[in-house]
Design a protein around this ligand. Sequence first.
Ligand code: URA
Ligand code: SF4
Length: 199
Amino acid sequence: MNFQCNNSSNSNILQIIKEEVIECKKCNLSRTRKNAVPGEGPTQASIMFIGEAPGAKEDDTGIPFVGRAGNLLEKIFNNIPIFREDVFITNIVKCRPPNNRNPLDIEIKSCTPYLINQINLINPRIIVTLGKYALLNFSPTGKISEDHGKMLIWNKRILYPVYHPAAALRNKNILKSLESDLKKIPEILLLTLSKKLKK
Ligand code: URA
Ligand code: SF4
């Protein structure tokens, strides 16, 4: 696929990826899912949020982060403010693992090309990974307890790991870290607009 194209063809290709994901049978998760969850957001989003895998509510609806973790994320967004409709939200693995188990390496490997194509098309200024597994996908030696809230570099892009909102629902300290890390995103976005870091 050629990614050197204009915005309207980018959004067409993004739509084609969505349709491919919805029909995809590349791994065994296709047998147990109700709906694949390709992700949603504008083609030219400056920020991409990447979670681990859909949960029950996402599997029911085909929309990412609409369960309890998603509600918390949106609540934190509202206080910053970050507008959900301005950012692209997706997951490493697009189909729900049974009983919300962690995705297997083979499932991640099968699904990652969709994510990489989404990143190349959207061309975000910041990739925000939510939780340990999303971080590990970009930084195999990463440690969420040390790396959260740090600006890292991945393929010439800013990688900004934060805790997963589901972990924040279980632990007050994690919630505080998640809130303060997400609060810094507008500032980081401004930094990327300065000449020095401009793509
Ligand atoms: N948790 C995730 O990692 N992704 C979702 O879409 C929902 C919950
Ligand atoms: Fe395809 Fe990814 Fe779903 Fe597996 S998880 S069936 S690779 S879309």
